[in-house]
Design a protein around this ligand. Structure first.
Ligand SMILES: [Cu+2]
Length: 204
């Protein structure tokens, strides 16, 4: 990221502020606060120094994302994130220490993440491999969501479809909601990457 501070004098201090209004852990309200609001929070401060030359430039072509052709998808899986009986669940189950399914190393998979919990956002973090979003709520996602990601947000009612290829490592890896309250209350699962052929379980 390059930020141009050249119009500011040496010594000026500039605060990066969080102004997205949030009144509960459920998610954002969609309202942006005025900078002067007592609820606006300082995140980081820039202190402008002396002038420097900046040879950086945005390249004409960005790095291409790795293609995952349909023919290489070895398994399609669906994961429903919900609140059931006071607990946070994935496909109706809370976390336990046993991997729920296996993935063959080197294969690609397509996963659909569904938020069925109505009024909570869930930022879902998939460990080990970066994924690429294909579809968000039936439509092509915006550019910034089509890049390589390891966390994808599902808002209430959202359904997203993503692809990834499990390349380098075997062993057990988690997927979990990154909302601390949810990950601490079992909205997490383990899967295992193995080197042998596996059975495709569509909703593990
Ligand atoms: Cu969550």
């Amino acid at each position: 990221m390059v930020i141009d501070f050249s119009r500011f004098k040496r010594g000026v201090r500039i605060n990066l502020m969080k102004i997205a209004d949030q009144t509960s852990g459920k998610g954002r309200t969609g309202v942006f606060l005025p900078m002067t609001s007592t609820l606006a929070q300082k995140v980081m401060q820039f202190r402008v120094g002396s002038k420097v030359t900046d040879p950086s430039a945005v390249p004409a072509v960005m790095r291409q994302k790795p293609a995952i052709p349909n023919s290489e998808i070895a398994c399609q899986r669906t994961f429903v994130f919900d609140n059931q009986n006071g607990g946070w669940t994935i496909n109706g189950q809370r976390f336990n220490f046993t991997p729920r399914f296996q993935v063959k190393q080197g294969t690609a998979e397509r996963w659909t993440l569904v938020n069925a919990s109505r009024d909570w956002e869930h930022p879902i973090h998939i460990h080990l491999e970066e994924h690429q979003l294909e579809i968000r709520d039936g439509a092509t996602p915006p550019d910034f969501e089509q890049m390589r990601k390891d966390v994808t947000l599902i808002r209430p009612g959202d359904s997203v479809t993503l692809t990834m290829r499990h390349r380098d490592w075997v062993n057990e890896y988690p997927m979990h909601c990154h909302n601390t309250v949810h990950e601490d209350h079992a909205m997490m699962l383990l899967w295992e990457v193995v080197s042998h052929d596996v059975t495709c379980v569509a909703q593990p």
